[in-house]
Design a binder for this molecule. Sequence first.
Ligand SMILES: [Zn+2]
Ligand SMILES: [Zn+2]
Length: 171
Amino acid sequence: MTEQRVPRRAHQARPPKEEGPGYDALAARIEAEVERLRAKRPALGERIGRAEHILVTHLACPRQRVIRVRVRQGRPRFLVKGSGGAVYSVDPSDWSCSCPDHHRRDATCKHAIACYVLMRASRPAPKGLRCEACGDRFPRRVMVEVRESLTYHEGDLLCTPCWIDSDAEVL
Ligand SMILES: [Zn+2]
Ligand SMILES: [Zn+2]
């Protein structure tokens, strides 16, 4: 059986943006999740660093498929390629992992951390627009677009309570 091949030219002509959906956005969200986790669970610091390495490889070499999701009997599992070629299975219901490190220490391993971060970073973006003051998200209709000031840029959106508390002028 001959595999039908996409002409190389056509493939290369695609803008890098379309290679992976929102690559930069995903990388930025992974970074933010890693920072959030570092602040929240300082004891995991070293393992978070190793999980970050897994995620960097996952993003940089999509063909290696370092982290995959496999559904068996209706239950999702993450499969993570270890550096030695072994594939470990992470259960997202309790973040247990089939690797020796998890079994030896009975603690969250780097594979589970990497999957947790990837899962959180891959969630669809929350609905609504972000208020520049409080950072929460609101429907556009309850937000106010403000003028350039010391605090805000021209066209920034504030939620109504933040706008009332501020002295920002409506654009
Ligand atoms: Zn593991
Ligand atoms: Zn607000």
